[in-house]
Design a protein around this ligand. Structure first.
Ligand SMILES: [Zn+2]
Length: 192
């Protein structure tokens, strides 16, 4: 499996805006990988984006990713979903204000997140409803696991107290990679 860790800074960006500490000054001077953004990862094998922090448009643009077919979320805290509008940036056809059909993103979501995802709103209402109506997103809910091409994705619920959150296991050709909500990567066999 080929992975790109797009952002590994957790819920904070480095450099922090306005901060003049040594770490932030170094990150400003030396750039990536000292400069780190919010949580996001990409699995090239199936063009799957995991999480959309506020910086996701810039993270994608500085990466080698040229296509997003699938999107999923580990959980729905703001630092993981603030950049959801990236699906509109990717798919919007200005001539029709609808999606280019071939640029639609399929959102793979554990059943347990199906109610909460609708709570992500703009002043016009639920973002996900709007994105589905406009064709930017197609929603696929799954229970426990889902097979995409030759990759099997298993959603493992973890206890975060107030809300459902997931660790994902990705399996392909006998190799397994586990991702948690900070985009840490566990178990050997992963390439980045
Ligand atoms: Zn700092």
């Amino acid at each position: 499996m080929k992975w790109t860790i797009l952002g590994s800074g957790g819920c904070m960006v480095i450099p922090k805006p306005l901060c003049r500490c040594r770490v932030c000054r170094e990150a400003r001077e030396r750039g990536v990988p000292y400069a780190r953004a919010g949580p996001a990862a990409f699995l090239h094998d199936i063009n799957l984006l995991i999480d959309t922090p506020a910086e996701i448009v810039s993270l994608l643009n500085r990466s080698s990713v040229d296509r997003v077919d699938y999107l999923t979320f580990t959980h729905l805290d703001p630092d993981h979903v603030e950049g959801l509008r990236v699906v509109e940036q990717i798919a919007l056809d200005f001539r029709t204000w609808r999606a280019y059909p071939e640029k639609q993103v399929r959102l793979l979501l554990p059943q347990q997140l199906s109610k909460d995802i609708r709570e992500i709103r703009s002043r016009y209402g639920s973002l996900i409803d709007f994105y589905r109506e406009s064709g930017f997103i197609r929603l696929t809910l799954f229970q426990d696991d889902v097979q995409i091409g030759d990759v099997r994705i298993t959603a493992i619920p973890v206890d975060r107290g107030s809300q459902p959150a997931f660790v994902y296991a990705f399996e392909k050709s006998g190799r397994r990679v586990v991702k948690d909500s900070l985009q840490h990567q566990a178990l050997p066999g992963a390439s980045r």
